[in-house]
Write a protein that binds this ligand. Sequence first.
Ligand SMILES: [Zn+2]
Length: 223
Amino acid sequence: MLIWGLCVIYRTLGRGVFFCRRCGGDREYRHRAGRRYVTVFFIPLIPLMKTGEHVQCLTCKIRYVTEVLKLPTTVQMQLAHVAGMRAVVAIMLRAGDPASPIARRRALEAVTGTGDKSYDEDALETDLAEPADTARPKISALGAQLQIEAREWCLAEAIRIAMADGPLTGAERAAAEHLAGALGMTQAQAIGVIALTEQNTVLSPGGNDPPGAPKSRKGFAPP
Ligand SMILES: [Zn+2]
């Protein structure tokens, strides 16, 4: 008596790292395609139709449609964040006074705040020397990953850099509007964020004290 059956045989098309929603982080995957076979005595003999491709997380074993590979991994998003922020601060510093120590310090803080702790004066100098047209795609990539509130925060950061050494100049205001456009914000959103940030940023005669900087106030000044 013949024993018939059905089985699916998978072959691996590729491997790599993707963002697994179930695991909530970057994980290794394998990209597989399957085909059904008729088995005779448990041996797959007659190929039938393909079952389609899938991507399987090697950690939680969950299978996804292959479109999941189009989503950026956490590492890629992090890199895009840093690259975008570097481009943002370079544009804003160039629109104002790129030599202002207080504005440069704020710019460094904005970039290190995105996770690149090694960003320093030398790296900033390199970014300032980059041609301006290389910045826009990086800023657009950053904006595409951010929710609207995060885009607004990013623009406000740039405006605070510009205002570190005094009120917004015409060139800095124009740069802020340009940045907003590159981040994917409307003109109305840009105007709103610029107005709100100007209102909330208190200017002092020598520029703003960056957070943590020693403050000299009446009565507290060293003798
Ligand atoms: Zn997983």
